[in-house]
Design a protein around this ligand. Sequence first.
Ligand SMILES: NC(=O)c1ccc[n+]([C@@H]2O[C@H](COP(=O)([O-])OP(=O)(O)OC[C@H]3O[C@@H](n4cnc5c(N)ncnc54)[C@H](OP(=O)(O)O)[C@@H]3O)[C@@H](O)[C@H]2O)c1
Length: 310
Amino acid sequence: MKAVRVHAFGQPPQVDEIEAPHPARGRTIVEMRAATVGHIDRTVWSGSFLQHPPLPYIPGVEAAGIVRSSERFAAGARVWMRGCGLGIRTDGTWCESIAAPDEAVEKLPDAMSMELGSAFFSPCTSAWVALHDVGRLQPGERLLVTGASGAVGSITVQLSLDMGARVYAVVRDAEQAARLPPAATAVFEDGLAGSSAVDVLVDTVGGALLAAALPRVAPGGRAVLVGYTGGHALSLDLPALLQRDVALLPLNMMRREAAGRAAVPELMRRLGDGRLRLDVTTFPLHEAGTALAWLAQRGHRGRAVLVPGT
Ligand SMILES: NC(=O)c1ccc[n+]([C@@H]2O[C@H](COP(=O)([O-])OP(=O)(O)OC[C@H]3O[C@@H](n4cnc5c(N)ncnc54)[C@H](OP(=O)(O)O)[C@@H]3O)[C@@H](O)[C@H]2O)c1
């Protein structure tokens, strides 16, 4: 079978012909239909993550497909998978077929496409946990979201509007503003300084944009820190921060995996009936390198998904 493998960190992955997986106790053999390319895959591929599988390895932490053999699922069942170290400690999902640990595999509702089933978990559960568990957003509160055109940002905007929040979405240009839900207010980056005060900030960008957004949080407010593609460092005026009593709250979805999983049934309902929307762009399996580059490009939308057999 075909599998995408990384032979050297940061180098283009290549498609290799390898032995197909065999049935084994505690393993579910899944024929892959969609395998996500996300930021975590880029980080592991770069070699800079805390852990990585031994080289050469198959990347991919999330996917969806059809069960071919299992002690837990009927053959033909539609499933999604993540966890148990897939793509982080062991070979991952960028392949035609996988013997996944049973605990990593869950049923996928018929209403959800394979592409969405593969891609939804990280952006949707991160946004949910950022709002509910970490930021503790309340109906009627004001929320500022940076990187609002991104996967986590756009889901954060949709979920918070649904919670009855007043949502201010930071975008780079008019094209990104035009894609926001009508109930959200667009805030251009250069207009941030004059924008409304908010109760909660969800920052998915970091760096200079976080520094500019932080003063918009009203005294007693909360700032949820999600990502740092815009910069790793933040310089703080401590007296100002203490006087304004703003809580800086990191989101760590590895530690909050259980809260994310608990939200999955509700998130799947909303994705299935169209209340929640996540853009997905598909690439053939052999274009994994292109998908990795696409994810790092300015202006990409949502998630990249590799589709074997195309
Ligand atoms: N803490 C956690 O547990 C956790 C969980 C999930 C994700 N994350 C992290 O959260 C971040 C966002 O994830 P995502 O899936 O939403 O990524 P994404 O889909 O690539 O979106 C990134 C967003 O940030 C914007 N952006 C990037 N660099 C920027 C800059 N220098 N200035 C202004 N805007 C900038 C992008 O706008 P353009 O398209 O215009 O560049 C886009 O709107 C990633 O770093 C990811 O690793 C963390």
